[in-house]
Unconditional design. Structure first.
Length: 139
């Protein structure tokens, strides 16, 4: 692309640029599909101000639950109960993905990777150590 533009081949450079953009879009779509197919429980936390934290419970393309907590007064047992309840929910296998689901998953994926929040993935075998989990989310 740089070589084509330096040789005043602007149309060829623009074509190469557009091709690169399309490849990046395809790779991004693949990443979001992989993210959705994992079907993991994700907990994301975002500071609203110095005192309040908004916690999201996410699976695939859905925000399953959200809660606002006072940062230094979190009922950790409540969070543990929510996690256990969400982990015990029946998980459906994904065979096809609708465009709307992809759009929703893309928005969530971009938010999780934006730096506006911290998140962690909760596995079925999580050790219920709320101190470690909370430290990862809010520090």
């Amino acid at each position: 692309m740089i070589e084509a533009s330096s040789n005043v081949e602007f149309e060829k450079a623009a074509e190469i640029r557009d091709t690169i953009a399309k490849i990046k879009a395809i790779l991004q779509t693949e990443t979001v599909i992989h993210f959705m197919k994992k079907n993991q429980l994700i907990i994301a936390a975002e500071y609203l101000d110095d005192f309040r934290i908004k916690v999201f419970f996410i699976r695939r393309n859905e925000i399953i639950d959200r809660e606002i907590y006072i940062a230094n007064n979190v009922d950790r047992q409540d969070v543990v109960r929510k996690i256990n309840s969400l982990l015990s929910m029946d998980i459906q296998h994904i065979s096809t993905l609708e465009k709307e689901e992809m759009d929703e998953a893309y928005i969530i994926y971009k938010y999780l990777n934006s730096g506006d929040c911290k998140y962690t993935i909760i596995s079925q075998e999580w050790n219920k150590n709320m101190d470690n989990l909370w430290t990862n989310l809010v520090k």
